[in-house]
Design a protein around this ligand. Structure first.
Ligand SMILES: [Zn+2]
Length: 145
């Protein structure tokens, strides 16, 4: 396996920027880990990248009315909450991220086990030396169409 393609956090985010949700899969026991791990969490064998389908189900969520500064800067506030969710991917692992495409002001209308698909959300993570914003891509979810 070339260095470029090693299972690292950096490469995980590089794949996210390509709109790919990648996990690691163990060729020995088939365990799938997300966040990806170079060594299988079950048997410590060397794992390999696997691209997930991005389809899954909502398992739990919170409506957040008082969020982080980054989310407040995006325009979320007490009148415009956002939803942070944990979803289980059809391949098994769970992943956390913002759930969009729902009415955040009516959390009772958001149903556990609803079918979701991964979407990729751009997050500002600071500025470079010239003051230009720096971004990374995060996992988000939306209802399956
Ligand atoms: Zn294993």
């Amino acid at each position: 396996m070339s260095n470029e393609n090693m299972i690292t956090v950096n490469n995980y985010f590089k794949y996210l920027a390509e709109k790919k949700l990648m996990a690691s899969k163990c060729p020995h026991c088939n365990q799938i880990d997300l966040p990806p791990r170079r060594l299988c969490s079950e048997c410590l064998s060397e794992a390999e990248w696997i691209e997930l389908s991005g389809k899954g189900a909502l398992k739990t969520f919170s409506s957040i009315y008082v969020g982080s500064k980054a989310m407040m800067d995006k325009g979320y506030n007490r009148k415009k909450p956002y939803v942070f969710a944990v979803c289980q991917m059809e391949e098994g692992p769970s992943v956390a991220g913002q759930l969009i495409g729902v009415d955040e002001t009516q959390p009772d209308k958001i149903t556990i086990d609803m079918a979701v698909q991964v979407t990729f959300l751009r997050a500002e993570i600071g500025v470079d030396k010239e003051g230009n914003p720096l971004y990374r891509w995060d996992v988000g979810f939306e209802p399956q169409k």
